[in-house]
Design a protein around this ligand. Structure first.
Ligand code: TYR
Length: 447
């Protein structure tokens, strides 16, 4: 077997106990400081180069996105464990938050390596140091979908997708001189397969639909869509779908109101859904917080939010609301292909942030096993029935992510401390004065 790719995160930019921040993407793009402006360019160029990589390359956008679901092939391991209709991603599972952590880390690390090896060397020499310094402190930005934004022409703030994802073209600095600005296709707007290939040629069957005669049809797309209308292949292939379509206004209106969405969350604003994750029994129980897996718990009245609302559930909604549904289709709405939409990574960085915030609030003792909280309850009330085989533990391997060149897999225990993985979030900086007690020592209760 070829050597494995160790996922280490970015080591650059870490000084002592201080590690660089993953930032809310709208506070970072368009860059308001010279450092952020350079990072914006490093990121856009690196993402573009990543997306242009040959789909046969293990570290191509195509293959990294393909870990999540389709084309259901092994990645960085010799195994036939990947069977039809099953990607690596863990949903409806205790491992939902911790599996996606090394996944984001891999993406962040590969982008950083492209910045250093492919982007910066193209610049004039006198620019290279400044860009290298900016790359060292860059980390994957997150999309806080529960935070309202100010938008031009709007009197009120509203939930919205990040600005960096909204336009088909985006301005970048020309790497030849490090000064001139011009426009390129925006790699955050959609992912387009390199060399005019169709995704279907690489084992992605694309989103399926039924035509007027109820036959299942698929049209192999060349690019990703959000809220595209899908016309099954008939006389003419729907170019909307094959070339990738993005309807931002439909995403925005759905993020801001979803009265048709059923269940108790009709019109509950996103911020309130998220707020709930940090109160009551959510703080006491990892399972309650983390996953939809136990949503049929007899502990809760089925009508009460506690019976269904959790991080994974909110995350599911964001997928569907970004991808589209009903008469519309988009990659984000389908687990098999969601990771091909570049917005997926900023969405999941925020899922990871929610997880890290929950850890900060609820598990202040770092030696505490976060799976324990539900197990304790299991013993207490005894009315949970979980088949032994379903019981993931903190040492279940998070395949296919290797933590070292020997090929050892990450476990949930290994990814507990994000600072060790080389990043943190604005709210989680223990070295800041506001988190210190009167003796200058870190006091977790001040988080
Ligand atoms: N299919 C999920 C649901 O409807 C949402 C989802 C979509 C989850 C894509 C994950 C994903 O990658 O609840």
């Amino acid at each position: 077997m070829s050597p494995v790719y160790p996922v280490t995160g970015i080591k650059a930019g870490v000084t002592g106990t201080t590690v660089p921040l993953r930032l809310e993407v709208d506070t970072w793009y368009p860059g308001q400081t010279p450092e952020h402006l350079i990072q914006n360019n490093l990121f856009i160029w690196a993402l573009r180069f990543l997306q242009e990589r040959d789909p046969d390359h293990k570290l191509s956008f195509f293959q990294i996105a393909g870990i999540h679901g389709m084309p259901y092939q092994p990645w960085d391991e010799d195994t036939d464990a990947i069977t039809a209709n099953e990607g690596y991603c863990t949903h409806d599972s205790l491992l939902f938050p911790s599996w996606h952590r090394p996944y984001m880390l891999l993406y962040e690390q590969v982008l950083y390596e492209i910045m250093v090896k492919q982007v910066i060397p193209q610049l004039p020499e006198d620019k290279q140091q400044e860009w290298t310094d900016a790359a060292a402190t860059w980390r994957l930005p997150y999309w806080d979908w529960a935070q309202k934004r100010t938008r031009e022409g709007q009197d009120e703030t509203l939930y919205d997708v990040p600005l960096i994802t909204k336009q088909p073209r985006i301005s970048v600095i020309d790497l030849k001189d490090g000064v001139t600005v011009f426009y390129i296709d925006n790699p955050m707007y959609k992912f387009t397969m390199p060399d005019e290939e169709r995704m279907g040629c690489f084992g992605i069957s694309d989103i399926q639909d039924t035509d007027a005669n109820n036959n299942i049809t698929t049209i192999p797309a060349q690019a990703t869509s959000r809220w595209a209308t899908y016309e099954p292949e008939s006389d003419t292939v729907s170019t909307q779908w094959t070339e990738g379509t993005v309807r931002n206004s439909l995403i925005t209106s759905t993020l801001n109101g979803h009265p048709w969405y059923g269940r108790g969350i009709d019109n509950v604003p996103l911020a309130e859904m998220v707020y709930r994750l940090y109160v009551h029994d959510y703080i006491a129980s990892y399972t309650q917080f983390a996953t939809t897996k136990f949503r049929t718990s007899p502990d809760y009245d089925p009508g009460s939010p506690a019976a269904y609302l959790n991080l994974e559930y909110i995350h599911n909604n964001i997928h569907n609301w970004t991808g589209g549904f009903d008469k519309y289709v988009g990659h984000m709405a389908e687990p098999a292909v969601a990771a091909y939409d570049p917005i997926f990574w900023m969405h999941h960085a925020n899922v990871d942030r929610q997880f890290a915030l929950w850890q900060g609030i609820s598990l202040l003792d770092p030696t505490k096993n976060w799976f324990e909280s539900r197990n304790e309850q299991l013993e207490d009330d005894g009315n949970w029935y979980i088949r032994t085989g379903d019981l993931d533990t903190p040492s279940t391997p998070l395949a296919p992510f290797h933590k070292d060149a020997e090929g050892n897999y990450y476990t949930s225990d290994d990814v507990r401390d994000i600072h060790k993985l080389g990043y943190t979030y604005p709210e989680l900086q223990p070295w800041l004065d506001k988190y210190k007690d009167t003796h200058g020592n870190f006091d977790a209760s001040l988080y």
